[in-house]
Ligand binder design. Structure first.
Ligand SMILES: *[C@@H]1O[C@H](CO)[C@@H](O)[C@H](O)[C@H]1NC(C)=O
Ligand SMILES: *[C@@H]1O[C@H](CO)[C@@H](O)[C@H](O)[C@H]1NC(C)=O
Length: 420
């Protein structure tokens, strides 16, 4: 890469076409190290750590992620002999608690956000029982003790927060991919089933419609948060009925990771007396793909911000309450693009179409023009206020999301599915 940049610089300079370089080569100027360095200085909260760790794994160690070509050798998680050789895992070790606490890190009232570190804990845990035990406590807390959002007598979704009971789109990036990995680590297909069920229940509860520019309605994207009671008293966190880009991008990207697990895990030792795994896997794949298609299509059909070319921070539509906060937002745009590239490789017949990939390329280029020479990504959604009304200069998750987009695009090109 460096060599290629060097030689094309010389070549272009020789032709006296400097302007051609600045216009033509944003992908080649994109400096992942700078974006990562900035991310590290901005990271302090559990989901920010978890997301940055995931971004580092996808950037430096793709075979350790579900997007590698063989992520489950012998139907198990890949064995990591020395986590200190894996940038992302070494970083995760600085924050994961192994002292018998329920959660992998303090979640500030959310048992879900710390689970974003769960895949890393499981990878470290392949060679260090202390970390496996920490991951197991996190999973057991979520599955057995966390607050629930009751749907009916037989179904409930896991609340994103201890209280009140709340479903957030964000949850779907933090928890189901971890549960799916935990299912592999424990060879327990029922936990993978639970991961899929959580995605589906979130879709049922949060799914809503938006109004497009031409006045037509698109059904498929999610409200940011549904709470019980639906109206929270002032000052109680958190309430947001609007269709927030970031939470929808979290959901799409999280479901994509669960889908990758479903498609690539071929358990051999599962208790086949009771389970038709192939049937389960096919049915679940269809459920998740249907959710993804409707979400991505509504995001695709909503008008982008004219000035920036980015997706809008809120997607409800021009005459909605959230319209004043619908500025172009780089973080959620990047995460959406990353998911489309991943899906194109996972299921090319469905997603490697000019419609999906053309859109992903368009929004990726818009994001790239919002990464400055120091590696700062902006404007991005403010993560400290809900609803998120004013753009922030930089956020940890925004930096990570751009890295996730880069790795997904790189891998899509290397697999031959994506062109230039
Ligand atoms: C584990 O360590 C954290 C951070 O030092 C602390 O807040 C927590 O109470 C400890 N948990 C247990 C169960 O010891
Ligand atoms: C409970 O809700 C789930 C999820 O929506 C649904 O599949 C199931 O049929 C419902 N059960 C009853 C008894 O209504």
């Amino acid at each position: 890469m460096m060599l290629r940049i060097g030689s094309s610089l010389i070549f272009i300079a020789a032709l006296g076409l400097h302007r051609y370089l600045t216009h033509k080569a944003p992908d080649h100027e994109f400096n992942t190290e700078k974006v990562l360095k900035r991310a590290m200085t901005l990271t302090s909260r559990s989901w920010e750590y978890g997301t940055l760790v995931q971004a580092m794994l996808e950037l430096y160690n793709p075979p350790l992620t579900v997007f590698g070509s063989e992520p489950f050798p012998h139907a198990e998680l890949p064995l990591v002999h020395d986590p200190s050789m894996v940038h992302g895992l070494q970083y995760a070790k600085t924050v994961i608690q192994t002292n018998n606490s329920d959660l992998l890190m303090d979640g500030e009232g959310s048992p879900a956000d710390p689970a974003s570190l769960g895949c890393a804990a499981l990878l470290i845990g392949t060679n260090d029982a202390t970390y496996f035990a920490a991951a197991r406590r996190q999973a057991q807390y979520l599955l057995g003790r966390a607050t629930r959002f009751t749907i009916n007598d037989t179904h409930s979704a896991i609340s994103h927060r201890d209280e009140p009971s709340e479903l957030w789109g964000d949850f779907v990036y933090m928890v189901p991919p971890f549960l799916a990995a935990f299912a592999v680590a424990t060879q327990d297909f029922q936990i993978l089933d639970e991961a899929v069920r959580q995605c589906r229940l979130h879709d049922e509860v949060l799914g809503t419609h938006i109004t497009l520019e031409d006045g037509s309605v698109c059904i498929g994207l999610w409200r940011h948060i549904a709470s019980r009671p639906a109206q929270l008293p002032r000052g109680v966190c958190c309430s947001d009925d609007n269709v927030w880009l970031t939470s929808n991008a979290w959901a799409v990207a999280g479901i994509t990771r669960v889908l990758a697990t479903l498609l690539k895990w071929k358990p051999t030792e599962i208790d086949r007396r009771n389970v038709n795994y192939e049937e389960f896997s096919q049915d679940s794949t269809q459920i998740l793909v249907d959710i993804l298609i409707k979400m991505i299509k509504c995001a695709m059909h909503q008008a982008r911000d004219e000035g920036s070319g980015l997706l809008k921070n809120y997607l409800d539509g021009r005459s909605s309450a959230s319209a004043p906060w619908a500025y172009g937002e780089a973080a959620g745009t990047a995460l959406m693009a990353s998911a489309v590239y991943r899906l194109a490789v996972l299921l090319p017949d469905t997603f490697a179409t000019s419609e999906f990939l053309g859109w992903a390329n368009t929004i990726r280029k818009a994001v790239l023009s919002h990464v400055d020479s120091l590696g700062n990504v902006s404007p991005v959604a403010d993560v400290s206020h809900i609803p998120s009304k004013e753009p922030a200069e930089q956020t940890s998750e925004g930096q990570s999301m751009v890295l996730l987009m880069y790795s997904a695009w790189r891998d899509c090109r290397e697999s031959g599915v994506c062109g230039d």
